[in-house]
Design a protein around this ligand. Structure first.
Ligand code: PMP
Ligand code: GLN
Length: 381
């Protein structure tokens, strides 16, 4: 791992170098809501420029707690059960470093967001996986496989709901199996829900809302995805006070704190009306549909994502067998950058060798232009 550059940084650099359209790294083209941007500028003008409190500014912690209650019916104490972090990334890293070490296992589904494997390694623990299965064009979790994957050594199950890269959403039944399995072995659930508001086809079910789950769950959110401000790096976690304290003990030595003027701005965002949240979702759903249609026209086999920023498509019908190589060639030859799906799998996994992840969180002009380029790709005879 030492010295490795993330696949997202590699592919963004390739997009810059070749002038290709960047449907790789997951950041939107448009900025977030004007009220939120203005609130950050106001905070800077008004002198909110020094270290905020270690747990985060009270106004943001209160807004996070209110947001969890408004959308997911959860009652939280903002003093003890909420922690503001430097993006979801720090929430994930601090949680794993607090909870696992050598000899412990961290279980995720495969495919998984790249940071999960890297941080598990940093913590000295072992990364285990249970595969998503593609059945009739949809990803599903096999409950027997999930139960069997949670062993006596599993200290944390790191859930990504909705999942990056596939947009797979855990169903209530999947989550019930998970809660029971973690109770059986005394494991903690760390639930990365950064795409919680971007669910197109089914409601989001936060695992902490299931009976018996809150006590063993750390739920993670991020302003980056919800408010299209990925560069602000304001994230948070909510959990029982004892778990928050354990994570805080690590977090204070990572960043200690971050983003003072962005914190009250994110509080403004979390308090926006329902129309903002449904509008952001509906707009992204439209762009997902646009990209899916374009990829289908271009000859890809598209796997419909029910949530999130990304669409996964199989390039095998185009004669492509190695997505790693194809993504580099596509940048030069077609002028579009995607992320090879194997970057989200173990190196020895055979899953999705010819699959590519494309970001649909870009603006319509970029997606339409990319669509034209992909549709003009040479097809096998
Ligand atoms: N988790 C997932 C599943 C993600 O896709 C991302 C980035 N897009 C992150 C965490 C990182 O979030 P942040 O930028 O808030 O650190
Ligand atoms: N989460 C973003 C993605 O999946 C990338 C973030 C990063 O560059 N580390 O594309």
């Amino acid at each position: 791992m030492a010295g490795d550059v993330t696949i997202f940084a590699q592919m963004s650099a390739l997009a810059v170098q070749t002038g290709a359209l960047n449907l790789g790294q997951g950041f939107p083209d448009d900025d977030g809501p004007a009220e939120v941007l203005e609130a950050a500028q106001r905070a800077i003008r008004e002198g909110v420029n020094q270290y905020p409190p270690g747990r985060g500014m009270p106004v943001l912690r209160a807004a996070i707690a209110e947001h969890r209650q408004r959308f997911w019916g959860e009652r939280l104490d903002p003093e003890t059960q909420v922690l503001v972090t430097a993006g979801a990334t720090e929430a994930i890293a601090a949680s794993l470093l607090a909870l696992v070490g050598p000899g412990d296992e961290v279980l995720t589904v495969e495919p998984f967001y790249d940071a999960y494997a890297a941080v598990t390694r940093l913590a000295g623990a072992t990364h285990t996986t249970v595969p998503l299965r593609l059945v009739d064009g949809r990803f599903v979790l096999d409950h027997d496989e999930l139960r069997a994957a949670v062993t006596g050594r599993t200290r944390v199950v790191l859930v990504n709901n909705p999942n990056n890269p596939t947009g797979f959403q855990w169903t209530r039944e999947d989550l019930a199996v998970l809660v029971e399995a973690t109770e059986r072995v005394g494991a903690t659930i760390v639930s990365d829900e950064v795409y919680e508001h971007l669910c197109f086809d089914a409601e989001h079910v936060p695992v902490a809302s299931l009976p018996g789950a809150f006590e063993r769950t750390i739920a993670i959110g991020s302003a980056g995805k919800t408010f299209s401000v990925t560069g602000w790096k304001i994230g948070w976690l909510t959990a029982p006070a004892d778990l928050v304290n354990r994570v805080l003990a690590v977090k204070q030595w990572l960043t200690y704190v971050n983003g003072a003027p962005f914190q009250p701005a994110v509080a403004v965002g979390l308090g926006l009306g329902d129309d903002f949240f449904t509008g952001a979702r509906d707009s992204l759903r439209g762009r997902r549909d646009l990209l899916m249609a374009a990829l289908t026209d271009g000859g890809f086999d598209v796997i419909r994502p029910s949530a999130g920023y990304f669409t996964v498509a199989d390039a095998a019908p185009l004669g492509i067998t190695d997505a790693n190589r194809a993504c580099r060639e596509l940048a030069h030859q077609v002028g579009v950058v995607g992320i090879p799906f194997p970057a989200f799998c173990h190196p020895d996994s055979s899953m999705g060798r010819s699959w590519i992840r494309f970001a649909h969180c870009k603006d319509e002009r970029t997606l339409t232009e990319a669509a034209g380029r992909l549709a003009a790709m040479p097809h096998p005879a």
